[in-house]
Design a protein around this ligand. Structure first.
Ligand code: ATP
Length: 309
């Protein structure tokens, strides 16, 4: 079931075309991620969908509801992670949740939210004393207190250390188990790859590509990157490169000193042939690794640009 559909969204700020043409739909229960570099238009897109910014053009439908006619009903359906500044620093997480709960008729219990965001142990600490990750978790709890169907999280892990980011990932996965739909923005490819059912890559206000992480990577290439380093030094790697270039499965190679990188559509066959070659030549291989392509490779392939976190 489609819970959100946006069509040809556009927004400019003066001469800056923040969002030029964005269309997609989101299905119930999925984690839908909008990813893109700084200034790509992610926040503006989200804020238009959340009803905070008015689009210059385009349509936004939550099922049969739209902002013009059904703003109150939409507000009951969606949860928006508040900016840090919207929290009360001198109050505790428990007090913030209690307060936000009073804004809604059918709010979830504070107890339940504290458990979901793993802040039960910090329930009585003032918000200003919480870490960045704890504050972000509280922001998610505040967005969830009204028990919305759809939750919007705008870069919830930016600036957090790896452990704090993983804690947020756990909450997002928990929301999925609860059957919620999550719309997420991020700069981090790894995060998009790990969490999302579908990923929408945006750059300069337009969708570069949109699909499941697996399909995006598959679409790009079935290649794998194989790396070998030779104990016998540069000459061995050079000969290995010449040999690899004659294999049908190998599309290209790169050599750096005694290490050789090659891209192949049949990693097993390529490695079999390469090991036969090294055995015949009595070369010793120190290390072998095979790398799958990542979403980052997809971005680079589609835009021709390096990814900038
Ligand atoms: P980031 O990852 O840095 O948050 P983003 O992908 O969320 O970036 P937006 O915040 O949507 O991108 O910004 C897109 C472009 O629009 C940027 O060039 C930004 O400077 C500009 N912009 C956004 N909001 C405004 C505003 N209120 N007034 C003027 N320009 C704006």
């Amino acid at each position: 079931m489609t819970v959100l559909e946006v069509k040809q969204l556009q927004k400019s700020f003066g001469t800056i075309h923040a969002v030029q043409d964005i269309s997609f739909s989101v299905e119930a229960g999925e984690v839908f991620t909008i990813i893109g570099p700084n200034g790509a238009g992610k926040t503006t897109t989200l804020e238009m969908i959340e009803g905070l910014v008015t689009p210059d053009n385009g349509e936004i439908h939550f099922g049969a509801l739209n902002w013009d006619k059904h703003a109150t009903s939409i507000k009951m359906k969606i949860g928006v992670q508040p900016q840090s500044s919207a929290m009360f620093d001198l109050l505790t997480p428990e007090e913030n949740l209690d307060l936000f709960a009073t804004f809604y008729e059918n709010a979830r219990s504070t107890e339940e939210m504290l458990k979901l965001i793993n802040l039960t142990d910090h329930r009585h600490n003032q918000v200003k004393k919480l870490s960045g990750g704890q504050r972000q978790r509280l922001a998610i709890g505040l967005a969830m207190i009204s028990d919305p169907e759809i939750i919007f999280l705008d870069e919830p892990t930016t600036g957090l250390d790896p452990q704090a980011r993983r804690n947020i990932w756990d909450i997002i996965l928990e929301l999925k188990k609860l059957g919620k739909t999550t719309i997420l923005t991020t700069h981090y490819m790894e995060e998009a790859e790990k969490l999302s059912d579908r990923v929408c890559i945006v750059d300069q206000g337009r969708i570069v590509t949109l699909d499941t992480p697996g399909a995006l990577i598959e679409k790009l290439t079935k290649e794998r990157e194989v790396r070998l380093s030779f104990l016998d030094g540069e000459t061995a790697a050079e000969e290995g490169e010449l040999f690899s270039n004659n294999l049908d499965s190998v599309s290209r190679t790169k050599r750096d000193g005694a290490s050789l990188t090659l891209w192949t559509t049949k990693p097993e066959d390529t490695l079999y042939d390469l090991f036969k070659f090294t055995k015949e030549k009595e070369y010793q291989v120190e290390q072998v690794s095979i790398r799958e392509m990542s979403l980052e490779d997809v971005f680079i392939a589609f835009t021709g640009k390096e990814w900038r976190d």
